[in-house]
Design a protein around this ligand. Structure first.
Ligand SMILES: [Zn+2]
Length: 344
């Protein structure tokens, strides 16, 4: 099973969304020299909306090199017989937190307590487990957007890239950057020494701090920059947001993903030209229209209605919002936000 998962990981990032990377990622060193022929009973192509019977997929060095009814096998190719199955490109989760636990014991599903009770080391192991579960569920690319302790997300990405463990291709953000306090409501005692709730958030309240925070994350392995646009009553200005975007672009062309929870925050993020807006609650028809004009991704973190979570009314609002975005041509990405409905 593990060998098969590793094969999926090495092959399926070909299907990575443009959201994740402007350019296709380089093949992993761990894929070098590996060759496979996958026999697919049915090959599903989402771009054309077709499913074709009895196809072969040739893979070399982590890349799909040929697809067809009868393709030449690369030298020394191993055959993977999925002729009794349907095969589809890898799925992308554009917003998750693999080192953030949701568990009954000891936190009673209150994730704030994760920061207090679980070390970064423990959370890195949790992330490895979650990454394996995501991959075995068909997800071959995950954007891991913060709340991972002291860079457990970078450790996970590196371990997967080294071939030590199976997992999806990880596009990780490092620590979420926000105005003082991040998404928390810390006490003065907590803030004073940054001892309890940090490093879950990097405070950046001035232009100098914004530049330094972006550079810190890049230094410690971030591949995307995640910010809180408006988590506090002192949201970032359009100029602040443009500085984030400029500094991230300066650091190897990184994109900026913005957590948004107010209409004003969304309007500012759109005006600044952010890459993606995380969460959909604040997005209106008019904001969708502006996002479509600018080509800004909507990473809605839509949550299905289950008996465990949510309400019918909230679900109806979610569906209406998605329909509004779709009708206006907004680019939309699938995203889970580490929901308990997706992992046990
Ligand atoms: Zn999130």
């Amino acid at each position: 099973m593990q060998r098969f998962l590793a094969i999926i990981a090495s092959v399926m990032f070909v299907g990575a969304s443009a959201l994740a990377q402007a350019r296709p990622p380089a093949p992993l060193p761990s894929s070098a020299g590996a060759a496979y022929v996958i026999k697919a009973g049915r090959l599903i192509d989402p771009e054309t909306g077709t499913a074709t019977a009895n196809q072969m997929i040739a893979v070399q060095d982590g890349r799909i090199v040929a697809i067809g009814a009868n393709v030449a096998a690369p030298p020394n190719a191993e055959t993977i017989d999925l002729s009794q199955y349907s095969v589809l490109p890898g799925l992308v989760d554009a917003h998750n937190h693999l080192a953030l636990t949701y568990k009954k014991e000891p936190e009673n599903d209150v994730y704030y307590f994760t920061y207090v009770q679980d070390s970064t080391a423990l959370r890195a192991i949790q992330a490895a487990s979650n990454g394996l579960q995501m991959l075995s569920s068909g997800f071959t690319v995950v954007r891991d957007l913060g709340n991972n302790g002291l860079y457990a997300d970078t450790a996970l990405r590196q371990a997967i890239e080294q071939g030590w463990i199976a997992g999806p291709t990880i596009i990780n953000s490092g620590i979420i950057i926000g105005g003082m306090g991040g998404q928390f409501s810390p006490t003065p005692e907590m803030v004073k020494e940054h001892n309890i709730v940090y490093p879950e958030y990097l405070d950046a309240d001035t232009p100098d701090e914004i530049v330094k925070a972006v550079r810190q994350n890049v230094l410690f392995g971030a591949k995307v920059i995640k910010i809180c646009v408006d988590c506090k009553p002192y949201p970032y200005s359009v100029e602040d947001l443009k500085l984030f975007i400029r500094e991230a672009a300066n650091a190897g062309g990184l994109k900026v993903a913005g957590h948004v929870q107010t209409e004003e925050g969304a309007r500012r993020a759109i005006e600044a030209g952010i890459w993606s807006i995380e969460h959909s609650n604040a997005l209106t028809d008019d904001l969708h229209r502006l996002m479509a004009q600018k080509g800004i991704w909507r990473v809605g973190t839509e949550t299905p209605f289950t008996e465990y979570r949510g309400s019918q009314a909230a679900f109806d609002r979610t569906v209406a919002g998605m329909k509004s975005a779709y009708a206006r041509g907004v680019k939309m990405a699938f995203s889970t936000d580490a929901d308990t409905t997706c992992r046990g």
